[in-house]
Design a protein around this ligand. Structure first.
Ligand SMILES: *Cc1c(COP(=O)(O)O)cnc(C)c1O
Length: 405
């Protein structure tokens, strides 16, 4: 179809059917979209083109941690947009320096490389690790990652993502990656050697259906990396920024990584990623090694500063922990007949269903105004805004009870 960009389509008054038709004709088919067009968000709520309201228990896949269009984030973006949106990383800007300072404060790490997405943050972590390894020995270039992991869609991060469905269409992959099962310290010990430059792990695997690395396993990973002179890298793109009730999921284990990545919730919906490092790993990149045109621009970093301030002033870490515990408890009790296992911590929750009805639960929940996510046939995943209340949980539980009945 030929699309004419009319005045009304620019003003977002286009009908849902027209949006779907334009998308079908002109957007590459990388997403199996659900049949809804959202036009407005506020807090934990979304509205579609029909004015129907939804309780959002997916939060843009862990992005909308402070809720949709949080007034503090909106005001910060509006103000900054009128001041300065972008210059270039060949100049200094205050919001970027300020955000780096705040990220080091809440992570305990030393330096930040800014980028625009989770994949790019992991790409930076891989490049730092390779360069660090090569400075020790020319063969110290191998990575170890976990089966069922998810690290992004660039060629290197898809190689790090040990899932055939993401890798097979794009072979050959990047050389130098080995994969292990999560929580098997012996298997990790067996593959890590003097040629390993880094071990990359999610402290809690989100995309695969919420599978936690145990604290003992993360401690072993730390020891194994130290013995081999390899860097330990944690991908906290999904689990960070308060989601588990701590700023970062790994804090619960007491293990400190050399490098950690963040994105998703960091910018309150604006695209921004961060690769943070400490010690020697923080000093690896020198001018010319790496960079990004948009990275850390004043608009995105101002939004991220507002997100951090909101999480702190509204006590969202403790809210995530408390409401997350309540949600998990309600799933275990009210939905006991339909649920085999509830996994996760804080407000990243995976529910293993007894029957392969995850898609049906998702669609019927949406009909009833509740947004959830399905992983495969029998896992539900919840990543709601950290601002949700126990009342919101009660509402979600009553919908889930209906649709699993
Ligand atoms: C979403 C995600 C990524 C990729 O982030 P993008 O911004 O989509 O590139 C990487 N790692 C984890 C753990 C994620 O959840």
């Amino acid at each position: 179809m030929s699309a004419v960009l009319t005045e009304s389509s620019l003003e977002n008054e286009i009908s849902a059917e027209a949006v779907k038709a334009l998308d079908a004709a002109h957007v590459m088919h990388t997403y199996a979209r659900l049949p809804v067009v959202f036009t407005k968000g506020q807090g934990q709520w979304l509205w579609d083109t029909n004015g129907k309201r939804y309780l959002d228990f997916l939060g843009g896949i862990a992005v909308n941690a402070v809720g949709h269009c949080h007034p503090r984030v909106v005001a910060a973006i509006q103000h900054q947009a009128a001041e300065l949106i972008h210059t270039s990383n060949i100049y200094y800007t205050a919001p970027q320096a300020n955000l780096a300072n705040n990220l080091c404060r809440i992570s305990g790490l030393d330096r930040v490389f800014f980028c625009n997405s989770g994949a790019e943050a992991n790409e930076a972590a891989l490049k730092i690790s390779r360069k660090h390894g090569r400075s020790i020995s020319p063969n110290k270039t191998n990575f170890v990652t976990a089966h069922r992991s998810f690290h992004g869609r660039t060629m290197a991060t898809v190689t790090a993502t040990a899932q055939a469905k993401y890798q097979d269409p794009f072979r050959p992959l990047i050389p130098g990656f080995q994969y292990v099962n999560l929580n098997d310290a012996d298997a990790l010990r067996a593959v890590v050697d003097e040629n390993t430059c880094a071990v990359l792990l999610e402290p809690l695997q989100g995309e695969a259906g919420v599978f936690a690395a145990s604290s003992d396993y993360l401690k072993s990973a730390r020891e194994i990396c130290d013995e081999a002179g390899a860097l330990l890298v944690f991908d906290e793109v999904q689990t960070g920024m308060g989601r588990t009730g701590d700023w970062w999921a790994h804090q619960n284990s007491g293990v400190t990584p050399d490098i950690m990545t963040s994105a998703k919730a960091l910018g309150g919906g604006l695209p921004i990623g961060a690769c943070m490092a400490r010690g020697a790993a923080a000093e690896v990149f020198v001018p010319g090694d790496h960079g990004s045109t948009f990275a850390g621009n004043p608009l995105a970093t101002t939004a991220a500063l507002a997100v951090i301030e909101t999480i702190e002033t509204e006590g969202l870490l403790s809210n995530a922990a408390e409401v997350g515990d309540y949600f998990a408890h309600q799933i275990r009790t009210v939905l006991a007949d339909d649920v085999l296992e509830v996994r996760g911590r804080g407000l990243i929750i995976g529910v293993q269903l007894r029957l392969p009805i995850a898609k049906k639960v998702l669609m019927e929940s949406m009909d009833r105004g509740l947004i959830v996510n399905a992983v495969g046939d029998s896992i539900l995943r919840f990543l709601p805004p950290l601002i949700i209340t126990k009342g919101d949980v009660d509402q979600a539980i009553s919908v889930l009870k209906e649709v699993t009945a």
